[in-house]
Design a protein around this ligand. Structure first.
Ligand SMILES: Cc1cc2nc3c(=O)[nH]c(=O)nc-3n(C[C@H](O)[C@H](O)[C@H](O)COP(=O)(O)OP(=O)(O)OC[C@H]3O[C@@H](n4cnc5c(N)ncnc54)[C@H](O)[C@@H]3O)c2cc1C
Length: 507
């Protein structure tokens, strides 16, 4: 018996376990993979918003310390005919890798997905409340009014049953939990194949003509591709566009030579064929069972949003489930999970699909590498097209940070946005003064007794922080940094406000 069973210990399942476990909720994560594989690094962009959550958990520096590329390595994306060929276009300050004054407290971090997963596994191990059950998979989920019974099978085929108050299906694209719920993805599947590889090429960084960058988009017929360093000691990743598994396995070395623009003698360490999908599940909740991460939504990887969006799901659901299980959150809080996350997921899918409309393979032109007037014209027109179509992919902080839950049933009218970040006069981040529960930000000496009393009487954890300037309006902030209420004076019925933001209908 556990309070929450999480199917799948990928980044999203582990993040959900950490969010719940830190709040004292007992959870079990069931994950078939005993080891975190380094073969498919997939996510490289841990975005600013995910870094804000890692900071909230006190581990942002732990991720940075083990990430093989520091943010100082580069914040450029280069389009070129090859790594040793001509530069076509360059974007700087990409992917939130450079500070922007008050806008956020943590820059993004380039880190292979396995680095983040290993950190999250460690965190789950460190929490007394969370248990990671490795080498087992969820095969069945049945619920009734009292709870959920989950059947789990080990490598020996022996089945055991675990009961839980709630289940979160974080078991990825082929989610068994989703099947058990009878839920389905709705959306499209791209037709073009892509072939991923991780390869070793020591000394390659020194041969690159364009200097350090986190991504190089190569535009040549032998390798319309996207590649970048995984570390500073010669390990690289590449996605070859339009290449199927068979061709990739056969011609991997030739593709790498074409991307570099000369023979590189690279060693292919692993391969990863994939196709893009733009899909959102028709329902992400049935009763006591929820879906999060790739089990609920899939988007093309361009812009680096899939894992980060799933991380946002885990945080949103994590604090709400904890509130309900601790008795201070009501049913509307759980209803709000889909209401709040679906618009975010949908927006991400649409943005990522737009990013996919122009890839290196769409920019090919026979003249691009020619030292002729036709070559100059081809390069100019490629640059114009790249600048017109790709900027939004690399400078997407509006998508990442300007998360607005205005339509949510559990925020007061006119609020719901992510609390605008700023640095306090004493150098602290505004986010660092927020408590684990709700936080009321006020000017010095404001009388907010009615709200503190209402929270106390309803058992709602509240921190009061007198950090706003004189005469500023108080702001009530949720555990996930979103503004639940703000106004020049407290409403007459403060209990109703507290009821609304904690999902309890008025009594
Ligand atoms: C080429 C590429 C690049 C990408 N780059 C980025 C990026 O830069 N930024 C970004 O944010 N995202 C990126 N993504 C997307 C990212 O990899 C996924 O969104 C992310 O892995 C989703 O995490 P998840 O935990 O939801 O699912 P998964 O990572 O798929 O984890 C699901 C887990 O469930 C387990 N599981 C499966 N079946 C069961 C079962 N029956 N019972 C229990 N457990 C089960 C699996 O073993 C797995 O560990 C990229 C994807 C690709 C393909």
């Amino acid at each position: 018996m556990t309070q929450v069973l999480i199917a799948g210990g990928g980044p999203v399942g582990l993040a959900a376990a950490v969010e719940l476990g830190r709040r004292g909720i007992d959870c079990v994560v069931v994950e078939p993979r005993t080891e975190v594989s380094h073969a498919r690094p997939r996510c490289k962009t841990v975005n600013v918003r995910t870094m804000e959550h890692l900071r909230r958990w006190g581990v942002a520096d732990r991720l940075r310390a083990r990430a093989p590329l520091s943010p100082a390595y580069s914040s450029d994306v280069v389009f070129c005919t090859s790594l040793t060929g001509r530069e076509l276009a360059r974007f700087t300050g990409v992917l939130g890798l450079t500070p922007q004054g008050d806008r956020f407290p943590e820059v993004g971090q380039q880190a292979p997905q396995f680095v983040l997963e290993e950190l999250l596994r460690e965190m789950v191990d460190e929490l007394d409340t969370t248990t990671l059950v490795l080498g087992r998979r969820v095969v069945d989920v049945v619920q009734d009014d009292d709870g959920v019974t989950v059947t789990v099978v080990g490598p020996d085929g022996v089945a055991e049953q675990i009961t839980a108050d709630h289940v979160i299906g974080c078991d990825g694209p082929r989610s068994r939990v989703r099947e058990c719920l009878g839920a389905d993805y709705v959306g499209e599947h791209a037709l073009r194949p892509n072939f991923g590889m991780v390869f070793r090429a020591p000394g390659l960084a020194e041969r690159v003509r364009h200097g350090p960058a986190v991504q190089y988009w190569t535009v040549n017929p032998g390798a319309p591709a996207l590649l970048g360093p995984l570390d500073e000691v010669g390990t690289w990743w590449i996605i070859a566009f339009g290449v199927d598994r068979e061709t990739g396995e056969r011609e991997g070395a030739a593709i790498l030579d074409a991307a570099v623009g000369e023979a590189v003698g690279a060693t292919v360490l692993s391969t990863d064929p994939w196709t893009a999908r733009m899909q959102l599940v028709d329902t992400a909740r049935v009763g006591r069972v929820f879906l999060a991460g790739d089990a609920a939504h899939l988007n093309p990887p361009f812009g680096g949003h899939g894992m980060n969006t799933g991380f946002g799901d885990a945080v949103d659901l994590g604090w709400k489930l904890a509130a309900v299980l601790q008795g201070w959150g009501g049913p509307a809080l759980l209803d709000s999970y889909e209401a709040e996350r679906r618009p975010v997921q949908d927006r991400v899918i649409r943005a990522a699909a737009e990013n996919m409309r122009t890839l290196s393979i769409d920019l090919l032109d026979d003249d691009l590498d020619r030292d002729t007037p036709a070559g100059d014209t081809a390069r100019r027109s490629a640059r114009e097209r790249i600048e017109a179509t790709k900027d939004a992919e690399f400078h997407a902080l509006d998508l990442v940070l300007d998360l607005d839950l205005a339509g949510s049933p559990v925020v007061a009218a006119g609020t719901g946005r992510r609390l605008p970040h700023r640095w306090l006069p004493d150098g602290r981040s505004l986010y660092d003064v927020l408590g684990d529960g709700f936080t009321l930000l006020t000017p010095p000496g404001a009388d907010v007794t009615a709200l503190t009393d209402a929270c106390a009487s309803q058992g709602v954890p509240l921190t009061v922080a007198e950090v706003l300037e004189d005469r500023a309006d108080p702001v009530l902030v949720r555990p996930d940094h979103h503004v639940a209420w703000s106004g020049s004076h407290l409403p007459d019925d403060v209990s109703a406000l507290v009821g609304r933001v904690t999902g309890r209908p008025p009594s």
